[in-house]
Design a protein around this ligand. Structure first.
Ligand SMILES: NC(=O)c1ccc[n+]([C@@H]2O[C@H](COP(=O)([O-])OP(=O)(O)OC[C@H]3O[C@@H](n4cnc5c(N)ncnc54)[C@H](O)[C@@H]3O)[C@@H](O)[C@H]2O)c1
Length: 334
């Protein structure tokens, strides 16, 4: 029988693509999402891609009782916990909202995993835990700096909290530190569709194109070759597949724990991404240079060697492909 995996935040950007990848590898995803930053149309998109219905519970992971009922109904073989708020800027303006939601939902998930003896947790962390690194690429052993935002703090705290619980009562878990996910499923049926104004470069750029407004590039005086910030962009389907590999690793290594960086292992500057987007999609991106933005670091990119060696995972899609898929998804929305 197919293994049931609880995917919290499964209607979101990375969660929806991970549900598709899970199905491709023979797992059955069960989605919990309160749709605080996503739409139900993503569930329909997943179902179209996989050709069958997906179990979806529109509930909030911070509410223990309804969550408990789901754990009573299903016998999960693992959990991928995406459900969290992710806007750096919003977390600066409203830190309590981020601590309450990101830590509250994690705490409930861990409590119920313990109560129902669910094995295997995959936790969404972020390269934000490293802050501004002194050396690139960053490995999993790169020391953390103090978090640049309350959002980053919730990821540091989340990792530590899982680690502490693991010491008290061994819980097999993998922490995945994502670099910068972009792109969409090649079908154009699912992609990045946050509610309100997006925060990340690619969805903001697409929104600005559709509004016929210039994209703000925050700073061109950083110590990088073209002066704009450098990030490690990763196709969301590559990222999705890494979650499946992480689950498979846990199945082979019960009660063990590991941390992996997930990135391409190379950086692209903001101006390079704009230029690549223009050339792959044949569309002009109007932009203007604005002052540096508070909280932005100069550059960061991953050393993904550990994921390759232990998970047998590496990226297979390029930044250009991701930019093409992101635009294709956007065209399907209109
Ligand atoms: N996208 C990125 O750049 C990035 C980078 C590093 C880490 N992450 C982490 O990856 C995870 C997924 O990110 P994403 O880009 O898919 O974000 P997303 O906002 O698209 O997805 C998160 C989903 O979780 C849901 N959600 C939030 N709080 C919830 C709650 N209490 N109960 C139920 N559902 C809830 C939202 O409605 C949304 O559908 C998050 O934990 C995020 O912090 C994202």
């Amino acid at each position: 029988m197919s293994k049931e995996i609880l995917v919290t935040g499964g209607a979101g950007f990375i969660g929806s693509h991970t549900c598709v990848a899970l199905c491709e590898f023979g797992y059955t995803p069960v989605i919990i999402d309160n749709l605080s930053n996503s739409r139900e149309s993503m569930i329909a998109g997943i179902e179209k891609i996989i050709g069958r219905e997906v179990k979806f519970y529109p509930i909030d992971c911070c509410h223990l009782d309804p969550l408990d009922l789901i754990f009573q109904k299903h016998r999960f073989d693992g959990i991928i916990h995406f459900a969290a708020f992710k806007s750096v800027a919003e977390s600066v303006a409203n830190p309590e909202k981020y601590i309450d939601n990101n830590m509250g939902s994690l705490q409930n998930i861990l409590t119920l995993m313990e109560k129902y003896r669910v094995p295997n947790l995959v936790f969404s962390s972020s390269c934000t835990v490293y802050g501004e690194p002194e050396v690139n690429p960053v490995s999993e052993n790169t020391p953390w700096k103090s978090a640049a935002s309350p959002y980053g703090y919730t990821k540091q705290l989340g990792e530590k909290y899982i680690g502490e619980r693991h010491i008290q009562d061994p819980l097999g878990h993998v922490i995945l530190r994502y670099f910068n996910p972009i792109g969409a499923h090649h079908s154009g049926l699912i992609g990045e569709l946050p509610l309100g104004m997006p925060n990340n470069l690619v969805p903001v750029m697409i929104k600005k194109i559709s509004q016929q407004q210039p994209l703000q590039v925050f700073g061109n005086d950083y110590p990088t070759p073209d002066g704009s910030c450098i990030r490690d962009y990763i196709h969301v389907m590559d990222l999705a597949e890494a979650h499946v590999k992480a689950l498979q690793w846990l199945e082979k290594n019960p009660n063990q724990s590991e941390i992996f960086n997930l990135g391409q292992g190379k950086g692209n500057s903001v101006l390079e991404v704009i230029q690549q987007f223009e050339s792959i999609n044949g569309i002009r991106v109007a932009f203007e240079i604005s002052p540096r933005r508070e909280g932005d670091i100069t550059q960061i990119f991953a050393d993904p060697t550990k994921a390759k060696e232990l998970l047998g995972w590496q990226t297979t899609r390029t930044t250009a492909e991701a930019l093409k898929d992101a635009w294709h998804f956007n065209l399907q929305q209109s």
